[in-house]
Design a protein around this ligand. Structure first.
Ligand SMILES: C[S@@+](CC[C@H](N)C(=O)[O-])C[C@H]1O[C@@H](n2cnc3c(N)ncnc32)[C@H](O)[C@@H]1O
Length: 212
């Protein structure tokens, strides 16, 4: 079933004329690069703090990033970085800092192995609970792909908001599979400016900012 899905995905990219993505997927498929799904049960995670691992990197996320003019002044965090799928996509842009925050050291080790196989050297991973990561002042992009339940998400949004007091700046949240929009829209300074669609995952990606 997995093989059929992977081949079907690669063929659908070829069909849509997205050859680079199809080649990348085939390369991942035939190499030791690992972006495979892992449930919280397999990972030994608690449903109170975490969601499953699955990845959102690739051409659909790249299209979102293309809509911003990313420069060497920009820095991004992927909260719940897992095996690094989204970080691989971010590494193609000229961010001066790209950081993944991941709870599980095992997933961070797999991510680092994936980066090595892909020749990626401009990404680093911090191992900790996202709610405890407070070194946020130098970042202006924050990415979330459904990484954790509302209590953790709410703490991270509060941390980002507090970082705006320490270093006032314009920031963007890129939120794939936005489950907790009410919390963001009613309890934070962020408002929605755009909606994209991740066609492969068939999920919306909401963009939020704090300043016009
Ligand atoms: C849906 S995956 C997203 C992976 C990656 N961001 C991407 O888009 O390709 C969610 C990840 O969040 C991690 N995670 C779950 N709870 C966390 C927490 N409280 N703090 C940090 N990471 C967490 C999981 O281990 C998993 O790797």
């Amino acid at each position: 079933m997995g093989i059929i899905t992977d081949i079907r995905n690669a063929l659908s990219f070829i069909y849509r004329g997205e050859f680079k993505e199809a080649i990348f997927r085939l390369r991942v498929y035939f190499s030791a690069i690992d972006f495979s799904y892992a449930s919280i049960q397999t990972l030994g995670l608690s449903a109170e703090r975490s969601h499953d691992y699955r990845h959102s990197g690739g051409i659909h996320l790249e299209k979102v990033l293309n809509s911003f003019k990313i420069t060497t002044q920009d820095a991004i965090i992927d909260f719940g970085a897992g095996k690094g799928g989204a970080l691989v996509t971010f590494s193609k842009f000229p961010f001066h800092t790209i950081t993944g925050v991941e709870l599980l050291p095992e997933l961070a080790t797999i991510a680092e192995h994936n980066f090595k196989l892909l020749g990626i050297t401009n990404v680093s991973i911090v191992i900790c609970d996202a709610a405890e990561y407070l070194d946020l002042e130098s970042y202006n992009y924050f990415y979330f792909y459904s990484p954790f339940p509302q209590s953790v998400m709410s703490a991270v949004i509060t941390n980002i908001t507090n970082s705006l007091t320490k270093n006032p700046r314009t920031v963007r949240l890129i939120y794939c599979n936005p489950e907790f929009t009410d919390m963001i829209e009613n309890q934070s300074p962020f408002y929605r400016t755009d909606i994209f669609h991740h066609h492969q995952l068939d999920l919306p990606i909401f963009i939020y900012t704090n300043q016009p």
